[in-house]
Design a protein around this ligand. Structure first.
Ligand SMILES: [Cu+2]
Length: 550
């Protein structure tokens, strides 16, 4: 057989194998109806119209989506919003290999779903772990989100056996404002912009009580997590906040941390978690030696000056008396203050775990390195914006007739700057934290679409290559906190470091996923005000595989 013929045959065989694979894979269908609803998640009835709150299937949080590795996931999304609002759904942490068009970023990977229209997101489930889906338009994700759990029989059995847990629970943490969401959104995009202010409440699984003027007996206004003494539980915690970075703890309980952003790590016993927007964790909760009672579950804001302290849920042991405790906001057990570099360099990947990305190996060197310096800048005509390398990228204002992904695919010029990375290369990105317009440093949770990355180094002030000290055991995640390391946010104004850069973090990734990938601060107002860039990866190798729905 000639070389060419053999290549053609190989191609067809590969193609045929892929097709059989797609045909045989199990399909899992979900329908998401997105509507405007009036809700009072923190028990406070307001004298304003809350019709602009966006819910999925009239639930808060939205329904859980759960699938197994290898499944084809089909999520049909119906935009039934009033006010002519656009919609897209992003599957946070899903790498979308070969399906970059399913990433749900408006004008970048798709045109928004218009009011009255619908769209099917179809992709293959490629990795296990804790994820979530959320709207990627405006501030809709304040309430339009839900958990996304991917499992795999053999790997989950290993984990389940190792930690001997029987059941799972999921906690979604979010924040809530006593203002109209659309009004807040318009303020952020106005010239000059109007900041949305601090949230009124921290919400756990769709509930809390703003203050103790609500019903306090039996914890009627709080989410209740039911457990039984003598068991071990896997608790998945999802940071679905719009703005807030939270510390999270359970009264009188230790948390055995086992998963970070969809990657298993060597277990670490902690007394609390810090969860920024976009981050996820799993921990094991052991109820063996605890008195049968009701316990506080608490989430509190850190890294902001004003901190509503009302993020409460209840861990209720089976047979615990319903009236043995009156839960009152602001009187819960105390969680630690701000901790710089909370888990940085303190975890390592779970060893001998077959499902590890890149065989569990961290590339020892990079081929390309660039700095993303995030801060604020004032522009003529638009006033102060959030920027990366002095450029403010606001995707929703692009309003182009085609998605950028389609443009790149057809070799058209893009209307915005991208960061080009090449196939197979190892890329180092330095996230440099710059002082904001008010002279203060803030913390920013940076998220990469299409990629996980290793955190490999960090430091104070301005990044200098000679300051790089590679971590011994880098672990993978997809959302990392860029801390205000020179001085905490709340001390900065009075410090001698005033107006100096606030620290940096270096991350490493492998360019193994051709596409256009959004990289941004996951604080939604910062993202909307431009704190984002686009990775243009291996343009010539971009594939947009359309998987049949049936
Ligand atoms: Cu930010």
């Amino acid at each position: 057989m000639g070389e060419t013929n053999r290549m053609i045959l190989t191609f067809y065989l590969l193609f045929a194998t892929a097709m059989i694979d797609v045909v045989l894979a199990r399909r899992r269908y979900y329908q998401l109806f997105v509507t405007n609803e009036d809700i009072q998640p923190d028990c406070i009835k307001l004298n304003i119209s809350r019709q602009s709150t966006v819910l999925i299937n009239k639930q808060f949080p939205g329904p859980e989506i759960r699938a197994t590795i290898g499944d084809i996931l089909i999520v049909n999304v119906y935009n039934q919003l009033i006010n002519n609002e656009d919609l897209t759904i992003h599957f946070h942490g899903v790498l979308q290999k070969q399906t970059p068009q399913m990433d749900g970023v408006p004008y970048l990977t798709q045109l928004p779903i218009k009011s009255g229209e619908n769209c099917s997101y179809v992709f293959r489930v490629q990795r296990i772990g804790t994820f979530f889906y959320h709207s990627h338009i405006g501030l809709q994700s304040m309430t339009a989100f839900g958990s996304l759990i991917f499992v795999d029989r053999s790997n989950d059995k290993i984990i389940r056996t190792r930690y001997n847990y029987t059941e799972e629970r999921t906690l979604l943490l979010s924040d809530w404002w006593h203002n109209d969401r659309l009004h807040l959104e318009q303020g952020l995009l106005a010239v000059p912009f109007q900041w949305l202010g601090e949230p009124s409440a921290i919400i756990i699984n769709g509930k809390t009580m703003f203050n103790s003027s609500c019903e306090t007996v039996n914890g009627a206004g709080y989410s209740v997590i039911n457990v039984e003494r003598g068991h071990r539980y896997r608790i998945r915690v999802i940071g679905a906040t719009t703005l807030s970075t939270l510390v999270f703890g359970i009264e009188k309980h230790k948390l055995l941390l086992i998963e970070v952003d969809g990657n298993y790590v060597e277990p670490l016993s902690v007394s609390y978690l810090e969860i920024a927007s976009g981050q996820r964790y799993s921990f094991i909760l052991d109820t063996t030696n605890q008195p049968i009672k009701n316990y506080y579950i608490q989430a509190s804001i850190r890294w902001r000056l004003v901190k509503p302290n009302n993020g409460i849920a209840i861990l209720r042991y089976k047979s615990a008396s319903l009236v043995n405790k009156i839960f009152i906001a602001n009187q819960t057990f105390s969680l630690p203050k701000e901790t710089v570099e909370y888990l940085t360099n303190k975890l390592q990947p779970l060893t001998n775990f077959t499902n590890n990305y890149n065989g569990g190996k961290v590339p020892r060197k990079s081929n390309q390195e660039f700095v993303l310096a995030g801060g604020q800048a004032a522009f003529n005509g638009t006033g102060i914006q959030w920027v990366v390398n002095n450029n403010s990228l606001m995707l929703e204002k692009l309003s182009q007739p085609k998605s950028a992904l389609e443009d790149v695919y057809s070799n058209n010029q893009l209307s915005f700057k991208t960061y080009v990375i090449k196939k197979g290369q190892v890329i180092d990105i330095i996230l440099q934290n710059l002082v904001g317009a008010g002279g203060v440093c803030e913390s920013h949770p940076w998220h990469t679409h299409g990629h996980m990355f290793w955190e490999i180094s960090y430091g104070d002030g301005v990044y200098r290559e000679k300051d790089t000290h590679l971590f011994a055991h880098p672990f993978l995640r997809d959302t990392t906190m860029l801390y205000a390391t020179s001085n905490a946010y709340f001390q900065y104004v009075n410090s001698t470091n005033h107006n100096k850069p606030c620290g940096w973090k270096k991350i490493r990734l492998i360019a193994d996923n051709p596409g256009l990938w959004f990289v941004h601060c996951h604080i939604v107002p910062h993202m909307l005000m431009g704190m984002s860039i686009v990775l243009e990866e291996s343009k010539k190798d971009i594939k947009m595989v359309y998987i049949p729905k049936y």
